[in-house]
Write a protein that binds this ligand. Structure first.
Ligand SMILES: Nc1ncnc2c1ncn2[C@@H]1O[C@H](COP(=O)(O)OP(=O)(O)O)[C@@H](O)[C@H]1O
Ligand SMILES: [Mg+2]
Length: 258
């Protein structure tokens, strides 16, 4: 059984089929890329999987359980957590503060914890884990910087750290290297690989940047006009004439080294 199983998924906006009869299997332990030209339906697909939008039709199963139509917080609590294409953080808190807040948002704290006096113990464990995540993800040097003062690359990395703070089994990243310079992109690529290799987190990566996708992903699904165009290994994808056709005329043409 795949960790994530999408069947016949559709999302319409008025007369526009942003995602149409889409099937997707994401195997546990893989880094799975979803690519496609601008407006292809990548973010919409993410929004439906993560619960931001209700599907117009079809099903989404995570660990065999139906999640389509549930609230994002409920889906995150089950272990499927997303980041957004645009950065969202608490600007007036430092790096550690942001990761701690993200943990609190997902913590299964109850009134009983407070009554039974375990809240303080949990608080300390939370802080320790937040620090571990910040170090692991390479933000140790800026852990006491206010988020608003971080570089663009560090802000995006902090966003990933905040998603990791929810202890996901499936991490869904929407354009994690958007707007990054080459060295920031290389750092983010390393972080994503490390999260999978060392912490075993399965990753779905929606990305405009072909090079990053080809570098990172073992498996790629191509979406165009809301429909699945192709699926396979990076080698299969870059030699697929339909994929090349879809990207012709856009500014996403592969670099010379492909
Ligand atoms: N909330 C929305 N309301 C109406 N149309 C939308 C909405 N979100 C996305 N769309 C449309 O759906 C299509 C797919 O968009 P999107 O999923 O953002 O593409 P991508 O992420 O691949 O660039 C586009 O035509 C877009 O204009
Ligand atoms: Mg998008």
């Amino acid at each position: 059984m795949a960790l994530l199983e999408v069947r016949n998924l559709s999302k319409n906006f008025g007369g526009l089929a942003a995602v149409s009869e889409f099937d997707l299997d994401v195997e546990e332990g893989t880094i799975h890329g979803i690519i496609g030209p601008n407006g292809a339906g990548k973010t919409t697909l993410f929004n439906v999987i993560s619960g931001t939008y209700r599907p117009s039709g079809g099903t989404v199963k995570f660990e065999g359980k139906l999640i389509a139509g549930k609230r994002p917080s409920a889906i995150a609590a089950m272990g499927a957590v997303r980041t957004f294409q645009h950065t969202a953080l608490f600007e007036d808190f430092d790096t550690m503060g942001n990761v701690s807040i993200a943990r609190h948002l997902h913590a299964k704290e109850t009134i009983w914890g407070a009554i039974l006096g375990t809240a303080r113990k949990m608080e300390l464990a939370n802080e320790k884990r937040a620090e571990e995540i910040v170090e692991f993800i390479g933000l140790g040097e800026v852990k006491h910087e206010l988020a608003v003062n971080l570089s663009h690359g560090h802000q995006r990395t902090l966003n990933v750290a905040m998603a990791v703070a929810a202890e996901p089994r499936l991490l869904m990243l929407d354009e994690p290297v958007a707007g990054m310079n080459p060295s920031e992109t290389a750092e983010m690529t390393d972080i994503i690989r490390k999260l999978r290799n060392e912490w075993g987190i399965t990753v779905i990566l929606v990305e405009h940047d072909m090079r990053t996708v080809m570098n990172l992903c073992e498996h790629i699904t191509v979406i165009n006009f809301g429909k699945k165009l192709a699926e396979g290994s990076p080698d299969e994808i870059i030699s697929n004439p339909e994929v090349i056709e879809a990207y012709l005329g856009s500014d996403d043409i592969l670099g010379e080294d492909f």
